[in-house]
Design a binder for this molecule. Structure first.
Ligand code: PBG
Length: 348
């Protein structure tokens, strides 16, 4: 008979009270000891969110001194360049290291190949120049996909129902050079064409932009969480079909690792995982495997979910915001692109 066996005579059919004391069960190891007070919780906190972790995405539009709210993203608006400059000033004052700009291009400037992406004076490049001049201390990250510029909303050149890889890569690389010439500090290609990182690196270097970095949207998934963003840049109603022939299948993780590995080999300085919260496993795998600067994009749909639940009184929006961002740190991210950035920075 060992010490765990019970005699049938004294044991009820369902035993409610443990026979052993909790100290015996835990061996006196009680994890609640360090959770008992605010000071002890702070003392053992493993991960922290600071303002240095934040990248703030900003939507741009034509015009002056105006902004337009985006209905599916309460609290987020598109800004004309002059207003975007003021937003960048606010962000810099709060210590946010960088902003990421996304243009809503006029429909009349969109075409089959997204040729306006190559215009040195397009909305995104004018905004970069204006922000660089007024707020030189903030980093500017520019997205270099063609989707804001195409009449069909795809990230690449579309011909006979196919997204043409290599032609898209040349165009994206040329657009990246224009963005760097306008003053972008980091080029962030989000189109997922094969070979784009190497082509962009070559094009930047050949044009004297050796110091412009590349943050690769290395693991970008064909996700349902981008909906509100497409409203924000006005591509939602244009998009025919889906992006499954170029974004990664949400079911895959080894493939994501291969993407990241290739992007690093081609010259990416940083990796990004997108969307964020549903893909924390990817962030952790990238960080553990490559040990390079790793970022996540808490995308528009993730923001919208927190805002909507909070507006209905179903969750505490502020707590959910902080918890979701801390989760990225726990998963190994060095920073997060988040529409909450200004809010968070103000509260930190
Ligand atoms: C596409 C692009 C997307 C986002 C930024 N650039 C995805 C898409 O529209 O397919 C999404 C950002 C977000 O949802 O917040 N190049």
């Amino acid at each position: 008979m060992n010490k765990f066996s019970r005699s049938p005579a004294t044991t009820p059919a369902i035993a409610i009270t443990p026979e052993r004391s909790v100290d015996e069960i835990t061996g006196s190891r009680r994890l609640r000891r360090m959770r008992k007070a605010d000071w002890s919780r702070r003392l053992v906190q493993e991960n922290h969110l600071t303002v240095d972790d934040l990248i703030w995405p900003l939507f741009l539009m034509e015009g002056s001194n105006a902004e337009e709210p985006i209905s599916a993203m309460p609290g987020v608006a598109r800004h004309t360049i002059d207003r975007a400059v003021r937003q960048a000033e606010r962000a810099a004052k709060l210590g946010i290291p960088a902003i990421a700009t996304f243009p809503r291009i006029e429909q009349s400037l969109r075409d089959e190949t997204g040729s306006h992406a190559l215009d040195a004076d397009n909305l995104i490049n004018r905004a970069t120049r204006a922000i660089k001049q007024a707020v030189p201390e903030i980093g500017i990250i520019t997205d270099v996909a063609l989707d804001p510029f195409t009449s069909h909303g795809h990230d690449g050149i579309l011909r006979d129902g196919e997204i043409i890889n290599d032609e898209t890569v040349s165009q994206v690389a040329a657009a990246a050079v224009e963005q760097a010439a306008a003053g972008a500090d980091i080029i962030a290609p989000s189109d997922m064409m094969d070979g784009r990182i190497g082509a962009i690196r070559d094009a930047l270097d050949r044009n004297g932009f050796q110091n412009v970095a590349i943050m690769s949207y290395a693991t970008k998934f064909a996700s349902a969480f981008y909906g509100p963003y497409r409203e924000a840049i006005g591509t939602g109603s244009l998009l025919k079909g889906d992006k499954k022939t170029y974004y990664i299948d949400p079911a895959n993780t080894d493939e994501a690792l291969r993407e990241a590995e290739q992007d690093l080999a081609e010259g990416a300085d940083m990796l990004m995982v997108k969307p964020g919260l549903p893909y924390l496993d990817i962030a952790r795998r990238l960080k553990d495997t490559f040990a390079v600067p790793t970022f996540a994009y808490q995308v528009s749909g993730e923001y919208a979910m927190i805002k909507a639940a909070s507006a209905n009184g179903w969750i505490d929006g502020e707590k959910a915001m902080f918890e979701s961002l801390l989760a990225f740190k726990r998963a190994g991210c060095d920073g997060v692109l988040t529409y909450f950035a200004l809010d968070v920075a103000e509260k930190l």
